[in-house]
Write a protein that binds this ligand. Sequence first.
Ligand code: TXD
Length: 308
Amino acid sequence: MRETVAVIGAGNVGATLTQRLAELDLVDLALVDVVDGLAEGKALDLLEAGPVLGYDSRITGGTDYAITRGARVVVITSGLARRPGMSRDDLVQANARIVGEVTRAVVRHAPDAVLVVVTNPLDAMTQLALQASGWPRHRVVGMAGVLDTARYRSFLASALAVSVQSVQAHVLGGHGDTMVPLTGMTTVAGVPVARLLPPEQLAAIVQRTRDGGAEVVRLLKTGSAYYAPSAAAAQMVEAILLDRRVVLPAAAMLAGEYGLEGVVMGVPVKLGAEGIVEVVEVELTADERAAFLRSADAVRELLSVMAG
Ligand code: TXD
């Protein structure tokens, strides 16, 4: 029997993530959405692509969480996405209701899963899912850092005309305007990026990374990014399924790491079978540390708005 990965929300991110996971051919997939027929239809369509692409993953979809029973990993992508002019934080009230309700259903049907949260505003929704689940912190992780870092790495790679594979970087902090790209730790095959790019150009790339989500929203007009987000979520799911213990930036509840407690923030985590195996503490410069703390304040502020 293959294990099951459940994806909640059959919209752009959820459906594309399901497609990517099916193409890995590792697990069976269960896709859930409130909209009648949507998850079922997309699951069927994806199943029918199997013979052409050569995967045997069984893919089921529906509105009933029974299909998620015993899932090994559950990814929450349900909720509203941004439209032009909206910030991620504008989504907080509507999505808090959805994520709370979905998490409670997940706990009933897949009590031993690792939960990966994708819904925005990411850090607050991850914190909410952790609280609503009552699970230990290592089993609830949020996806944002892999995406923000991928954006940063792709802009750097094109500026330097080098493969994306040769650009090593981490973007930490909350998933929003206060995110913290660690420029000091950004290297190209071991060479610090500050030696390769003039400071203005590096600053412009950092800013474009911060605005990366909004840039896509502005172009699409009717929704937000999903190809890169689903790729980032798939990498995290794969790390859990294969117990890779790869260190990736992701949203985790802090318990003293980086001098913070009781707040979910983007930090490097070692991701493996049990979820967060370890929060990795990297050395921050004084500026990065100050930016990181400001980012934590922004997350806390949003949580207090959410609490009402
Ligand atoms: O970096 C990141 N974390 C992100 C986050 C990157 C990209 C997108 N990010 C956020 O993910 C985005 O701001 C949204 O909050 C979610 C989902 O984005 P997506 O682009 O997939 O949105 P869609 O296409 O509108 O899909 C959302 C689906 C839609 O089919 C709804 O019917 C469904 O969610 N939905 C629900 N499903 C199940 N249960 C409930 N209650 C529910 N409510 C809505």
